[in-house]
Design a protein around this ligand. Structure first.
Ligand code: DC
Length: 215
């Protein structure tokens, strides 16, 4: 952490709205933005494409260290199967370690960054100046994710998506390696009944008041 660098950590479960919010917060505060879930998705996609077993920790970690940056723009990253595979490899300590240096480089380069993920406030950037934990009810998260997915795959049902989310929540929260946890100094933002504008206004005032207190 340095004086000319502002790091904002945004954690929360799948489809809580943290991605949209973080991207907009980065724009608002003039910071870089990193969707850390896309790193896990890219490593998972690389493993799937190369027929590497998702439980082969050393092999998946090697892929996580070396995948091409262009892979982060691959539309296949958003597919359901890739999300599921990402959640599985995210339980492997060597894979998490392989992705740490890149995440910290982005977080601590001036003028700073907004990072969203599961362990940003707890492990990646424990000294971030501001930490948010964004959540929403399971039904609302399933509804949002279904709306997004149904545009690409009209056959996918709300029941399927809710089951995916529950399974991923359980896996992301119960794993030994950097589980999804609200940092003790993170501010909770429940977006269940908030549209994006209202959530954004709430997040901006929260961040401004935390920064004002630190000055
Ligand atoms: O946020 P997402 O759905 O794109 O993340 C995909 C998976 O990656 C998710 O199931 C958990 C994992 N992940 C993680 O373990 N730590 C992060 N900082 C970000 C994502």
């Amino acid at each position: 952490m340095s004086d000319n660098c502002l790091t904002i950590a945004v954690d929360g479960p799948a489809a809580s709205g943290k991605g949209t919010l973080s991207r907009r917060l980065a724009r608002h505060f003039g910071l870089a933005y990193l969707d850390t879930g896309s790193l896990y998705r890219a490593a998972a996609l690389k493993a799937l494409d190369n027929n590497v077993a998702l439980d082969d920790e050393a092999a998946v970690a090697a892929l996580a260290e070396t995948f091409e940056a262009e892979l982060l723009d691959d539309p296949r990253l958003r597919e359901r199967g890739v999300g599921e595979a990402a959640s599985r490899i995210a339980g492997l300590t060597e894979v998490r370690n392989a992705l740490l240096t890149f995440q910290r480089k982005v977080a601590y380069s001036a003028p700073g960054a907004v990072l969203d993920g599961r362990d940003i406030g707890t492990v990646v950037c424990p000294d971030a100046q501001v930490k948010l934990f964004v959540t929403a009810s399971v039904d609302e998260r399933a509804r949002r994710r279904h709306k997004e997915m149904a545009e690409k795959d009209p056959m996918v049902t709300l029941t399927d998506i809710k089951a995916d989310i529950l399974r991923r929540d359980a896996r992301d929260s119960s794993r030994d390696a950097a589980p999804l946890l609200q940092a003790t100094d993170a501010h909770l933002l429940d977006t269940t009944n908030l549209d994006i504008e209202t959530a954004m206004n709430a997040a901006v005032s929260l961040i401004n008041s935390v920064l004002a207190e630190k000055r």
